[in-house]
Write a protein of this length. Structure first.
Length: 352
């Protein structure tokens, strides 16, 4: 029996371990994707394509902030478009007053923190459908203020001519700036999600009552998570207003927040790059397909239905499931390696 175990162990451990191979494949894929993104402006792409990819990256970052709340905290927000719009209006108002881009960042950050804190303060003691409704209500308040405070927001006409810093004035330099912002923002959410704070947040998502009984302050954790998510959303709002040089009340509309949820579901809830894939689908349908198809929302709805029916984990989540299934098949019968590694040590001691 021992000889058979030793022989099987030797055969099974030839080559990289399962977790190591997965990590290598992931790192190679990320390096390849990042290399393509860095080389994109030098591949003969037009300024329109670069602008479209920039829009996808900004939307992906905004969707990632929602994905962090939904995936790790179980809190689906219908008001993140309002947070991004508040940041955009802060920068736009500063630009309208003739302030430099540095002050635009200050005002954008200030409005983001204030609005996000109000969001979190009103919703930290709620969960489920009640959390959804509170964030929806606050988002509608932001939308209403953007319409009514015309002396500050420009009303229905919005604010135009927002200047971005000179060092990112060119479309390709701004693209690299947005790419760096997307990488850093996604990395920040990834690190927080895998920290002890993220583990506690997932515990609250699974069972609030149990976490309370263990002494955790559930409202504080929810407020902190909302603040982290809101700051990332505010940064995406600042990038958006620098990209379009324009902001209007429609940026805070409920339909924008709904599209963010759609992006997260299409890509895969809880996945790292699912929001980016979902954002790419929505942005391409909205900005490219709409040029030839008048009823593009119907097409987007059909895509959403197909994903729900045939890829419930989203595009990225379903691909990850297929990869894990293929890996288990290639590595042999499931559970065999665990059985061998957990075999009783008494056999070897008796043999010795």
């Amino acid at each position: 029996m021992l000889a058979k175990l030793v022989e099987t162990r030797t055969v099974r451990t030839i080559g990289a371990p399962r977790s190591t191979r997965t990590r290598i494949i992931t790192l190679v894929s990320l390096a390849l994707a990042l290399g393509i993104a860095l080389a994109l402006p030098y591949l003969g792409t037009t300024s329109y394509v670069i602008s479209l990819v920039t829009t996808i990256l900004i939307a992906g970052l905004l969707a990632a902030s929602v994905n962090f709340l939904v995936g790790d905290g179980g809190m689906a927000s219908l008001g993140h478009a309002g947070i991004a719009a508040a940041s955009a209006y802060g920068a736009a108002w500063a630009s309208r007053q003739g302030m430099d881009p540095g002050m635009q960042v200050v005002f954008a950050l200030g409005t983001t923190i204030v609005v996000t804190f109000v969001y979190g303060l009103l919703s930290m003691r709620t969960s489920g459908i009640y959390f959804l409704m509170v964030t929806l209500a606050v988002g509608m308040v932001v939308f209403g203020l953007a319409y009514r405070l015309s002396t500050v927001t420009g009303g229905e006409n919005g604010i135009t001519g927002i200047r971005r810093p000179d060092f990112i004035a060119e479309y390709w330099t701004f693209y690299y700036f947005v790419l760096a912002g997307f990488v850093l923002g996604t990395l920040l959410l990834w690190v927080v999600g895998r920290s002890p704070f993220g583990a506690s947040l997932r515990g609250i998502r699974d069972s609030e009552s149990r976490m309370r009984s263990l002494g955790y302050s559930v409202p504080s954790y929810k407020l902190s998570a909302f603040m982290i998510s809101g700051i990332v959303a505010g940064f995406a709002g600042l990038l958006s207003v620098w990209h379009t040089h324009f902001v209007s009340p429609s940026a805070a509309g409920v339909h924008r927040s709904v599209l963010l949820i759609v992006m997260v579901i299409l890509g895969g809830v809880g996945t790292t790059f699912g929001p980016l894939v979902g954002a790419a689908i929505v942005v391409l349908v909205e900005n490219v397909l709409s040029n030839s198809v008048e009823r593009w929302p119907t097409v987007l709805g059909l895509i959403f239905i197909l994903v729900i029916l045939f890829a419930r984990a989203g595009v990225v989540g379903s691909l990850q499931k297929l990869f894990r299934r293929w890996r288990r098949r290639s590595d042999g019968p499931p559970g065999e390696q665990d059985l061998l590694e957990n075999a009783p040590t008494t056999d070897s001691s008796h043999t010795a």
